[in-house]
Design a protein around this ligand. Sequence first.
Ligand code: BGC
Length: 371
Amino acid sequence: MNDTFLWGAAGSAHQTEGNNVSSDLWALENSAGGPFPERSGDACDAYHRWPEDLDLLRELGFDAYRFSVEWARVEPEEGRFSKAALGHYRRIVEGCLERGLTPVVTLHHFTSPRWFKGWKGGADRFRAYAEAVVPILEGVEWVCTINEPNLVAMVSSLREGGGGVAGAMPAPDPAMTEALIEAHRAAREVLAGFRSGWTIANQNFEALPGAEAERDAWARPREDVFIEAARGDDFIGVQAYTRVLVGTGGALPVAGDCRKTLTGWEYYPAALGNAVRYTAAKAPGVPILVTENGIATTDDAERIEYTGQALDGLRAAMAEGADVRGYLHWSLLDNYEWGSYRPTFGLVEVDRDSFARTAKPSARWLGSRRI
Ligand code: BGC
C-alpha cells in the first residue's frame, strides 16, 4: 500500500474533555448513590487544552491522533444541533491537519446524549447526528462510527455491578446487537467518501484444552458477529489489551497467580498480534487499524515492556499477511477510566489540579520509533 502507516495515540471526549454535562454518563456519575468511585468532573480539561495535546503529539514524533466527537455536545437536545460545539470539533480537525497529524475521528465513544432512548430504534437518530458532523470532517479520511459495539451490547445486558474483564460479561441481547449493526450501517451510508468502520473490543478468547466448542460458542455473540458485520467496510479497528480463557463452563476469572495490570486484567502483550490475526481471518480483505492497545500501570518501564512486546506481535501478524494500516496507542493522557482515575493508561501524565501535561519516558520511546 502507498498509505503511510499511522503512528499515534488515542483518547475519547468523555474521558478527556471534562464537564460533559448533557451526556447519559454524566447523569449516572452524578446520581445519588451512583455506581462509580470517582466522577469525570473536569477530566483532563482537554476541551480547552486540546491545542497543547496536539503540540505534544507532534513534538513526541507521532503523526496521528484518534479523538471522539461528543454527541451530547453536538446535539444536547434532540434535533437541536449546536453550531458552537461543531465549530469546536472543526478546530480540532484543522489543528491536526495544520500540525501534520492524521485525525482519526470516532463518532460515538460510549457516551450518548441524555435524551437518547437507546440503540433499539435509535439508528435514525444516530444517522441524523452523523449527518450533522459530516460538514466539519473536511480533510478527514478515517472515521470510526461506534467504539466497541460489542462492549456496549454486553454492558447493556449487565443487570448489576460490572467490572472485571469485558469478555466475561453476559452475552448481548441479539436485538441490541442488530440495532447497533443497523446504526453502524446508517452512519456508514452518510459517511460515503470517508474510510469508515467500527472498532471492536477484541477479547482473545482462548480455549482450555477440550473447551474449543465452548470457546467458539462464547466468542460468537460477544465478538464474531461484530467482526463479521464489518465485512465490506473500509477498515476495522482492533482494540486489544488482554485475553480471556474459556473452559467448558464459559469464561474463567483472571487467575489469582498471574501477572496483572491495574485494571486487574492479565498482563498479556500477545493480545495484539493474536487479535489482529483473528480479525484478519474473520473479516478477510478488510484493512485493519489498531485503534487501541496499551496498559494501565504506574510503572512506566512496564508500559514500554508491554508495548514493545505487543508491537513484536503486531509485526509478526503483519509478516504473516495481515493488512494493518496503523497503530494508535491507548491512551495519550492519563484520562478518566470509566469510574476512576486510578488505572493510568497514559503516555502523558496529567496533574489532577493544574492539568499540566508531562510526557512519560514511554511517550518519547514510542513517538520516536515506528513499526
Ligand atoms: C475503551 C477505552 C478504555 C480502554 C481501557 C476500551 O474499552 O475504548 O475508552 O479506556 O479500553 O479500558
